[in-house]
Design a binder for this molecule. Sequence first.
Ligand code: DQA
Length: 166
Amino acid sequence: MPPDDVSGRHLTPDAADSGEPPTVLLLSGPNLNLLGTRQPEIYGSATLADHVRTATDTAESLGLSVEAVATNAEAEAVEAIHRARGRNRAIVVNPGAFTHYSWALHDALAAFEGPVIELHLSNPDAREPWRRTSVVAPVATGTIAGFGGDGYRLAIAAVARLLDLG
Ligand code: DQA
């Protein structure tokens, strides 16, 4: 059985059944809660709340909705991905530093049935050598990196295309 949400409303895996827009999990990993003040020369001055708003507004314009989860903890990120199974139609994930070593995130994403967009504000390939490995990329449908906050718009637009909505 699919999980219930906090309101106790029963959720179906297929939004077409409920008449509600398909939902996208927007998952943000460690240190992204500091956006706005964290190394603005690399990550910009927008906050995570600003990026969530960009994603939400873009989603609404394309017939989607966004559920945002932000966590600094690997276990919580894994559990958010588990909850997405049968609940969310796609995942947009900025895994932060988990990108580079979390095989637990890799395995959780591999068990998700829908499209997965890996998203980075910066372009990790143009930075320190250790950032050039992504253990998420092999289980992602595609990666958007290096476009700053515009990446959130691009990622949701990519989801809409992959779900045949836009
Ligand atoms: C990041 C890039 C990662 O290498 C880094 O650890 C982050 C942010 C980005 O959005 O550019 O925390 O994912």
